[in-house]
Design a protein around this ligand. Structure first.
Ligand SMILES: Nc1ncnc2c1ncn2[C@@H]1O[C@H](COP(=O)(O)OP(=O)(O)O)[C@@H](O)[C@H]1O
Ligand SMILES: O=P(O)(O)OC[C@H]1O[C@](O)(COP(=O)(O)O)[C@@H](O)[C@@H]1O
Ligand SMILES: [Mg+2]
Length: 317
């Protein structure tokens, strides 16, 4: 019987388990056995695997994280590490592979494809930083979590007329911040795509204070500023009380939203279908609510056009 391997790699994202479940279900339906590779590429190199029956995954579709565990593996970035991974695949007679992860994981998957392994990617990252797909699995859940946290902070801010800087994740992509603000989450937003300087943040804040809005949320993407410096700058310039909240891993965990579960189900099944059609070196995505698939090499070159969303934001803020 033909054997399919599946792994999750990079940061965990809510909905990864739902994608695993869907892929196992689809594989079994087509008579394929599934080997779960644990701890991403690190586990692939070490041969850390277990057989996956549908019963093993059926109850986890509604859980965050990944039951297969995940890793970031420096060793796999090296030729020698990847040779070890190839030896594992050969030894276990795995000739088809599903990789659930983000951009980095897809780079690794592309190298496996170039080495002759049949591989399909599924986008699983809270960052939504893969431009070829409108949404990656996990992004919607993270947004909902961020909005819930923001709502709680707003209650306190409005009661005390305070300003809070909220740092959200996204690595080098501003989508978590952007969509949080589009959903009504904040007054001022700064992202890698539209970065505001300290002075610009202060002038926007000052405008709102003059207009009578004394509780304000400033949403920023991680890795952009020294937050203590930004906080101090605003306090000294405008003589207002400012707090800072870094949401951190709170926004990566949690049960997947309905949207992420459905997306994961669609993509998990599609990945297996593509493998059965003989497709390799591509990732499943979604554009305008239709499933698509695209070569890894084209995915890396694609850049996102978020002009429409930023224009909308300018109207809404
Ligand atoms: N250029 C690359 N070549 C081979 N493997 C890579 C490459 N880039 C990333 N990887 C592998 O993919 C893993 C996950 O990538 P990372 O960027 O950390 O997360 P994500 O896939 O979620 O974006 C890395 O730890 C590494 O093992
Ligand atoms: O978990 P780590 O290694 O601290 O990495 C944090 C990074 O992981 C993420 O949560 C998810 O990123 P990836 O999906 O690319 O792994 C980023 O938003 C964040 O910058
Ligand atoms: Mg990534």
């Amino acid at each position: 019987m033909s054997r399919l391997g599946i792994l999750t790699s990079g940061g965990d994202a809510p909905g990864m388990n739902a994608a695993i479940r869907a892929a196992v279900k689809a594989a079994n339906h087509h008579g394929l056995d599934v080997t779960g590779i644990q701890r991403g590429y690190q586990g692939l190199m070490e041969g850390d695997v277990r057989q996956l029956q549908f019963a093993d995954v059926a109850d986890f579709a509604d859980k965050g994280g990944t039951i297969l565990k995940t890793s970031r593996s420096l060793e796999f970035m090296e030729e020698a590490g990847r040779s070890k991974a190839l030896r594992t695949l050969e030894r276990l007679e795995i000739n088809r592979l599903v990789v659930i992860g983000g951009e980095g994981s897809f780079k690794g998957a592309e190298k496996l494809h170039e080495s002759g392994i049949q591989v399909i990617g599924i986008p699983g990252t809270i960052d939504n930083d893969l431009a070829y797909t409108d949404y990656s699995i996990g992004f919607d859940t993270t947004l909902n979590t961020v909005l819930e946290c923001i709502g709680r902070i707003k209650d306190t801010d409005s009661s005390h007329d305070k300003t809070t800087i909220i740092e959200v994740m996204g690595r080098y992509c501003g989508d978590v911040a952007l969509y949080s603000a589009l959903a009504g989450g904040g007054e001022i937003i700064s992202t890698p795509e539209q970065k505001l300087g300290f002075a610009e943040i202060c002038s926007q804040l000052q405008e709102r204070i003059v207009a009578g809005k004394h509780d304000n949320l400033i949403i920023v993407t991680e890795r952009m500023y020294s937050l203590p410096e930004l906080q101090q700058y605003i306090e000294e310039e405008l003589h207002v009380s400012v707090r800072t909240t870094v949401l951190g891993f709170i926004q990566r965990g949690g049960n997947p939203s309905a949207f992420d579960r459905v997306l994961a189900g669609r993509m998990g099944v599609k990945a297996v279908e593509l493998l059965l059609e003989g497709v390799s070196g591509q990732a499943v995505g979604m554009k305008e609510n239709k499933l698509i698939h695209k070569a890894f090499r084209d995915i890396h070159a694609e850049t996102a056009d978020k002009q429409e969303q930023y224009q909308l934001l300018a109207t809404l803020l």
